[in-house]
Write a protein that binds this ligand. Structure first.
Ligand SMILES: Nc1nc2c(ncn2[C@@H]2O[C@H](COP(=O)(O)OP(=O)(O)O)[C@@H](O)[C@H]2O)c(=O)[nH]1
Ligand SMILES: [Mg+2]
Length: 197
């Protein structure tokens, strides 16, 4: 994995536009505005590889980035209240279509805001991942918005909120300070190495 070489490759707006899965894929999923683009940019050391937006709900395509060794797959954020019914349907067709295809998914990075109880859609996504048997981790974003005591409290609450999700691995992260970045990158690298063999 050579993150300095990573570049945008293509965007799919419907599942029929999805490119064939020719390389291992690391997939990023989460609610709109959770910090997904900020995480991707930080991991890749780039300012605007994935656009960071203050107005959520704009990314409605699955975006593929690659260094020619693996794909970084950016799913459109869910849970944005202001999108139309037809847009929600398109979102569902696209994301369900992606996971229904035979793809080389090496890892799903599910992203949750450290501060908040996982939403119903977060929980749906996590149970889907659990049942599918896909390898996944959970990144907890915006940890800088909590002090040490609050963070410790949220982490213990999350253990209960995510109870039953046995394989869940939690990675607290801050896009501001970069805390958690090295651990996440190391995990992704290990998974990609194992996936190759
Ligand atoms: N304080 C703080 N703000 C963040 C962090 N990650 C994202 N944000 C902010 O949250 C907003 C949404 O971020 P973005 O990456 O566009 O979220 P996305 O919609 O999930 O891609 C932006 O204003 C970011 O600057 C973080 O770790 N800490
Ligand atoms: Mg985004």
């Amino acid at each position: 994995m050579n993150l300095n070489k990573i570049d945008f490759k293509f965007a799919a707006g419907t599942s029929s536009q999805l490119p064939q899965s020719t390389l291992p894929e690391v997939v990023f999923s989460g609610r709109s505005n959770v910090g997904k683009s900020s995480l991707i940019n930080k991991l890749c050391n780039r300012k605007a590889l994935a656009r960071v937006s203050a107005s959520p709900g704009k990314t409605a395509t699955i975006n593929f980035f690659s260094d020619d060794e693996f794909y970084l797959v950016d799913l459109p954020g869910y849970g944005y209240a202001k999108v139309s019914h037809s847009e929600k349907k398109r979102w569902a067709e696209l994301v369900e279509g992606y996971f229904a295809q035979t793809r080389s998914i090496a890892l799903v990075v599910q992203i949750i805001d450290t501060r908040h109880k996982p939403s119903q859609q977060d929980m749906q996504m996590l149970s889907f991942l659990e049942q599918s048997g896909l390898p996944y981790i959970t990144v907890l974003t915006k940890k800088d918005k909590l002090n040490k005591t609050q963070l410790a409290a949220r982490l213990s609450e999350l253990e209960e909120e995510l109870d039953g999700l046995q394989h869940n691995k939690l990675f607290p992260f801050s896009a501001l300070s970069g805390e958690g970045k090295d651990e996440i990158l190391e995990y992704i690298q290990t998974v990609l190495n194992e996936f190759e063999n």
